[in-house]
Design a protein around this ligand. Sequence first.
Ligand code: NAD
Length: 374
Amino acid sequence: TTIGVVRETDAGERRVALAPDDVPKLRRAGLRVLVEAGAGAGSWFPDPAYAAAGAELADRAEVYAGSDVLVVIGPPDDLTALRPGQWLAGLLAPLTDPVLAERLAAAGVTAVSLDLLPRTLSRAQAMDALTSQASVAGYKAALVAAGAYGGYLPMLMTAAGTTRPARVLVLGAGVAGLQAIATARRLGATVTGYDVREAAQEDIASTGATVLRLDTAAGTGTGGYARRLTAAETAAQQQALDRAVAGFDIVITTAQVPDGRPPVLVTEAALDGLRPGAVVVDTAAGEHGGNVAGSEPGKTMVTPRGVTVVGAAGLLAQLPQAASTAYSRNICALLGSLVRDGAPVLDPDDEIHAAIVVTRDGAVVNPRVLAALG
Ligand code: NAD
C-alpha cells in the first residue's frame, strides 16, 4: 500500500499533510510513501529530507497514479485526477461543502474526513486535527496581538522605572482560546478568559487566568460545543461585554458555534470603549463575519479612536512547521487506525471509522453529510 502526499492547492496554504519525521514510522508499518516534489517546501521540509527518511519523490501525476491513500490538508483542486478505489484523507469540510462529497462519491473515491471525528472519545485524540490546528492558531493569535501592541506585555523593572503588565482578555476558551491564554501568560500579561460554556470556566481557571463571569445565559450545546444564543441572549451578552472589555489593552476572540456564523462578541460600542492603543485580534474573522464588528479577514484597521482591529487570517500559514508537524502526527494516527495487514479498511464496528467516513462504493454514506445535502 502506497501513501501519497501532494502539494496543497489552496491559495496561501503552506502546510503539508505529512512531515519527513513521520515517514520512517509509516515505512516500518510496511507502507510505501510517495511525495510530490516540493510538497513540503511551504513548511520548510525540503525534498531531500523526505528522501532521507525513506520516501520516494515523484511528480504530481505520478503521486496520483501511484498512491492508494492520498493524504491532504484540504481537498485538492484537481479531484478529477483521483481514481475509483483510491482513498482520500484530510480535512475535507464535507458539512460546509457537501457537494464535494457528492463529487468524490461519483469518482468512486473512499473519503475520510478528520473534521467529523468524535472528538470526545479518548482514542480519537491522537487524530484530532481540529484540536492540533486550533492550538497552533491560538498560540499565533497571542503573538499577533503582542506584535500589534505598542506596549510591553510583561511587567518589566528597569532603571527607567517599572512597566505594568498588559491586560489581556480572551473571548472564547475552547482549544484556540486556551492556547492564546497560556501564550499571553507566558509573555507576562495579566490574562482574563471568558466563555459561554460552563465547563470552560474550569478550563480557564486551570490555566491560572482570571475567569470573567457575566450574569447572562449559559450557552452549553451538544458534543462539548457552544450553542447559538437566541437574539435576546446575544443582545444581553453583547451589552455585558461592552462594559467588561473596556479596561483591557488587548482582546483576542476565538468564539465559534458549530456549522454557523461566528457570534459577534465585540460590538462597535465595545470598540469605542477601548482606549487608544488597544489591540483586538479576531481569529474568527472570515467570509461568514467574525467576533468583532467590522473585522475583515486579512485586514488590519485602526478605528478613529485609535483601536487596532486585526482580522486574523492564515494564522496556520504563519506557523507552517508547527502546524504541519502536528497535523502529520494526526494523519499517522489515522493511518494506524485504518491500515490492517498493510491495507486500509473501514471497520463498521469502529465508532471512529463510522463517524469519519464520507463516501465509499460510489455513494455518500455519512448521515451528517447526507443531512447537509438535504
Ligand atoms: P470551537 O472552535 O467550536 O469554539 C471556540 C469556543 O468558542 C468554544 O469554547 C465555545 O464555547 C466558544 N463560544 C461559542 N459561542 C460563544 C459565545 N457566544 N460567547 C463566548 N464564547 C463562545 O470549539 P473547540 O475549541 O473546537 O472546542 C470546544 C470544546 O469541544 C472543547 O473545549 C471541549 O469541550 C470539546 N473538545 C473536546 C475534546 C476532547 O474531549 N478530547 C477535544 C476537542 C474539543
